[in-house]
Design a protein around this ligand. Sequence first.
Ligand code: AMP
Length: 284
Amino acid sequence: MISITSIQDLRRQIAKERLNSRSIGFVPTMGALHKGHISLIKEAKKHNHICIASIFVNPLQFNNVEDFNKYPIQNEKDIQLLEQAGCDYLFLPPVSEFYPSKPKLSIDIGPLDRILEGTHRPGHFSGVAIVVSKLFHVVMPDRAYFGQKDLQQVAVINQLVNELNFSIEIITCPIVREESGLAMSSRNMRLSAAGKAVAANLFLCLEFLEKALKNGIGTPVQPIKKMGLDFLNQFEGIRVEYLEIVQADTLETITDLKPGSNVAVCVAAYVEEVRLIDNLVIIL
Ligand code: AMP
């Protein structure tokens, strides 16, 4: 794997690959890699001649400075993991390279920014849209791979690609989980063993709601949402920020459970002061 820190060098390498008609799969990350990230790399390798990963902890998408400062960094281990997974290039720009000055541009995502994560993390998706747009302009991949773990982020990226005519296919990959069901996340490193055990209840709650939703077809959503909240609130170590049952594609709130519809249960909660998100998409 070749590690590259400058935009110019990366562009030069990519131009060489393009001269040889090589297709490019791209996996943007913020590092502290785990099996979830690696599943994206493997998928990119399967369907493209070369895989480019990026590691960049994007200051623009953190609405909380403390969260940014505590974000785990482990570049050496990440490089090893990427090499083992067969990644061809790693783009690892310093902040000064990627943002020589603080961008004055901002991107208004529209309605998607006023629900779920958007409501609770003001400016987050604008920051994501800026960094992903910049990365897409530099890498110009054929395909880019994102995890369903960040379901709303996928919706934002799809909107970005459609509305700004990026000629890039967006591939969504399934959530990789620990044996306990806990969705893998770089933030899990900040949890104690006890915290991880408590956090696994987020997934148990999603599974519990899946059954309840399937049994509740044709009924209102509200009582089922309350069952989910009651489930999580029994655990002292979990502080729920939101739990919503939404239409899976648009992420808009639904009131009734229509047969054949695709719904997503989305949850955000704090465990040991670490903010965790998870979701489950269910076909009714
Ligand atoms: P991050 O480093 O958190 O920005 O994540 C980089 C990419 O990996 C995003 O597209 C995430 O959705 C994806 N990702 C993170 N965790 C998982 C997981 N547990 N399973 C699958 N993909 C994931």
